[in-house]
Design a protein around this ligand. Structure first.
Ligand SMILES: [Mg+2]
Length: 263
């Protein structure tokens, strides 16, 4: 990166920056519904289906024209209340924010523009694309399909590929890397960064606990901002933060049942 940052903040989008997952929201309300969607999420956590295939299935169940899908999501999905403040702090402190998403870039960019304003263009957004089905236009009924960034990967968008561009740099050039996420789409990123923020009560915590991936718990972006300030100002290390997160999980403060998660 041109600005040679000491820290980079990578983040999931849906359910992490936003309060609701826009793809889950579309699937649950105008696609095949919550029960079937949840079955797919659980199958994915248990490794019985790839994230890419379960997500393709979800998106295929949404047939509304794409321009209407964008409008529907923009009208209904809300930003985490602390994110705008976090983002302004990151701009002032030369900490690039990079969105790594398994969702679709046109929807993410439309939401960020509405929720963050013109500064949203300073955020790098890497997600999947959308394209027309045979002989159709994306803005007609049943006209669009998701186009994966890494169609050969079971993740569809393998977030670890972008992260490794930085994690593989020599020690003296390598920035400290943060990541925030909430769910199954973050599994490919979970091991790659220095400090992982996992959303309280969500699937990513179960996975991290099961796989022994260190993490710290957040409820909203005000938690992330205060922890990042401590680290950037040298009052805490990423190792201390990760250790505290695992202890919060073990004590039940992470909003998930330890026995359930480690089955
Ligand atoms: Mg998510």
């Amino acid at each position: 990166m041109k600005s040679n940052p000491k820290f980079i903040f990578f983040t999931d989008f849906d359910g992490t920056i936003t309060q609701q997952d826009s793809n889950d929201f579309m699937t649950d309300t105008i696609g095949y519904g919550q029960d079937k969607r949840r079955e797919g999420n659980i199958a994915c956590l248990n490794d019985s289906i790839s994230f890419r295939d379960s997500f393709q299935d979800m998106m295929d169940s949404v047939t509304r024209p794409y321009d209407q899908c964008i409008q529907y999501v923009v009208d209904n999905v809300k930003l985490d209340p602390g994110f705008a403040e976090f983002f302004q702090w990151s701009l002032k402190n030369n900490i690039p924010v990079v969105v790594l998403s398994s969702g679709m870039e046109p929807i993410i960019k439309a939401l960020l523009k509405k929720l963050v304003g013109p500064d949203a263009e300073k955020m790098q957004v890497l997600g999947n694309q959308v394209g027309p089905r045979d002989g159709k236009d994306i803005n007609e009924e049943g006209g669009w399909t998701i186009l994966f960034r890494h169609p050969e990967s079971g993740f569809g968008h393998d977030k670890s590929i972008e992260l490794r561009k930085y994690s593989s740099l020599p020690e003296d050039q390598r920035p400290t890397m943060f990541y925030a996420g909430d769910g199954v789409s973050d599994l490919s990123a979970a091991r790659e960064t220095d400090l992982l923020f996992a959303k309280k009560g969500h699937d990513l915590i179960n996975y991290c606990a099961r796989e022994n991936v260190p993490f710290t718990v957040f409820e909203d972006w005000t938690n992330i901002l205060s922890k990042c300030k401590e680290i950037v100002e040298g009052k805490a290390t990423v190792q201390e933060a990760a250790k505290a997160g695992f202890e919060a999980y073990k004590s039940g403060a992470a909003g998930v049942n330890v026995k359930e998660a480690t089955k």
